[in-house]
Unconditional design. Sequence first.
Lengths: 253, 271
Amino acid sequence: MKKRWPGFLLIIVLLLLWEFASANKMIDPITFPRVSVIFASWTKAVMGSGDLTRQLMPSMGRILTGFGLAALIAVPLGLLMGTIPMVYRLLEPITEFIRPIPSSAYIPVAILFLGIGNEMKVFVIFLACMFPILLNTYGGVRAVDPVLIDTGRTFGLSRLKALWQIILPAALPNILTGMRISLGIALIVAVVAEMITGNSGIGYFILDMQRVFRVPEMFAGIFTLGLLGFLINFIFLRIEAYFLRWRGTSVET
Amino acid sequence: MTATNEVQTAPIIEVRNAAKRFAVNGQSLTVFDGVSCAIPQGAFLSIVGPSGCGKSTLLKLISGLEPPSGGEILFNGAKVTGPADGMIYVFQQYTKSIFPWRTVIENIEFGLNSHKKNLSRSEREDLCRQYVKLVGLEGYENYFPYQLSGGMQQRVVIARALICEPSVLLMDEPFSAVDALTRAILQELILNIWRTIPVTILFVTHDVEEAVFLSSRIISLTKSPAKIHEDVDIELPYPRDQITTRAEPKFHGLRQRLFASIFLQEKGVAP
């Protein structure tokens, strides 16, 4: 944390500048309310009325469900693609075709099949999370040193055991990277989906506040989103550092 | 020269007319063809030869990690068709062969994977600690490989190979990547282990001096396509140690003769 204080200082300076500019009408105080006003409505929305807190839970639920399902399916699938050439040849073209489509473009299709409810949002998040995890897992498996595989063979390890005891841990750094990328995407897709067809969630909250012109609340929602993204990433880095402690280079302390 | 005192017992490994060919740019490249030899139980046999002659490839064929293109390998009289139970291959690149996510003791325990499954947890741990001690790594049980020096990592790899009590240890230039002093210490370590544990060691090296110091017998290969050039018994008494053995005139004589033969091969002067 020690070396990061200049970055935090910059944030504080920028917020103070904003406060000052808005208070002195150098920027439009209606579209850019003072930071202190935003903070006040944020405290109210989080601690007082709890409007924001109530919207945070559905978003988090969707993100974690969609991400969790994606990880549960993409990791084994990536392991299979990396170890069995037939599976790779079978799945590679379809992966390459779906991957470049921006995940928000699935939303209209998903609405047709799943309606505008929670299932649709979870599904879209799931789909968006699949590819980074799948491709990074596959890449990690392909990068496993053949000497490591041969070491397993000389000790008489079965293919299944080698998958579990050698390939999975060796590919773990890549798998975790894929997961971290996915979590970032999940947040984006969740917000977009909630804005398009929402009646709950932080994305819905932000758009709703903008529509009724409660600009401080809208900003409060956006700041919360920033904080949420930061927190998710921070927690995940901690988890990553624990699982990869054998690499000797701590990701962050 | 033949190994007169060893031919009485049945060989533990027999190489019969082994051949290995690789396809390189659509052309077939013969590494060797028609290599035959018998390795008696309990031998410390080194394979030396000019670089690229296929020493390591021959070792890979014997281990069953790679199939021969012709001929066959027999281990205890049975044809080798894949990695055989009872033979462990120790890779030259120990940094790539050690499991970085396992601690020292966990790496060693990996050797018990398909052996001694009926041991209890505490018995397994006791056994692992015995092997930690054998290679002199007491106190480092819970270190991860990145915290160890190259020589220590190589000790872990050796302990991991020995814990499943293989009858044959196949070592591919195991000490080529460590500094000279560490190498000398590891050479003594492996000699002591070989003399206390009933294990046959096949040792590939490009270092003739190392081969003479360690081996009971040396096979030298010609340049590719390789043939067996010489098969020499090293009649230096065991126990050997780095100071006195290396001072013996006989050691120098053997080293000099073998070195000359390989060096001339490498230069392309010899037969």
